[in-house]
Unconditional design. Sequence first.
Length: 312
Amino acid sequence: MKKELKIFTGTANHPLSEEVANYVNVPLGLGKIRRFSDGEISVNIEESVRGDDVFVIQPLCYPVNDHLIELLIYIDALKRASAKRINAVIPYYGYARQDRKMRARDPITAKLVADLLTTAGADRVICMDLHAGQIQGFFNIPVDHLTSMPILARYFKQKNIQNGVIVSPDLGGVTRARGLGERLKMPLAIIDKRRPEPNVAEVMNVIGDVKGKKAILVDDLVDTAGTITMGAEELLRRGAVAVYACCTHPVLSGPAKERISNSPFKEVVVTNTIPLNNSLKLGQITVLSVASLIGDAIKSVYNELSVSKLFD
């Protein structure tokens, strides 16, 4: 008998999970998540998964610790229910910025999360636009690393921006920015910044020609929005005539809403890997869906086809 495809969802982004399930044309699995009065989490799988190929969709967004523990318990429940293969679909991989030791005695929490997922019983991980690509190497199980670049590029192609330039907000994002630039056939510029402490950035220089151009800042995530808003102001000072921004993961914590509201951005384009609550749905923000991309990846994994062909 061929194993059956089933999709379950945690509580982190139920609308995205429903959209993916509709795209794949399977109903969401019957799973119930409860929280006891002391904060403990209980997961009950309310249908048979014996011998099935199961996908659990759960981004590790705020509150990240609750959603991480919920995912681990979900995986454990599926393993004990005799699922044939358990695939953790993590559109946003929390703790990804803690991927190396910056100072003595620092933890490498991104590796710890990888170990927890593997120990819980995950057989495969599907994630999107990791902050650091080397996190794939933290796993001893297969990792399919998706990117939202085709979706973002398609959107900006439709806008038909003339005389544009793609801008990386730091040196670490050059590969990502170059990829978008190649798709849109636009040149590349780089903001040279330093980060004296977490969530604090200082622009040092802009490498490349932005004068008279429409700039598109591209990053993997926007957290407090300090980097992109400071970068936008600097680009305008250097002669850019308009500034857009795009990212995969709209973390948008702390002062992000106020900073974006007061920023000079014509538009900030994000995806729905992380759900935006109503208070963050600003007029400047456009949300694109990644459901079809995740759905295609799930179908490819289930049918044992190439995932990389999705980006050709």
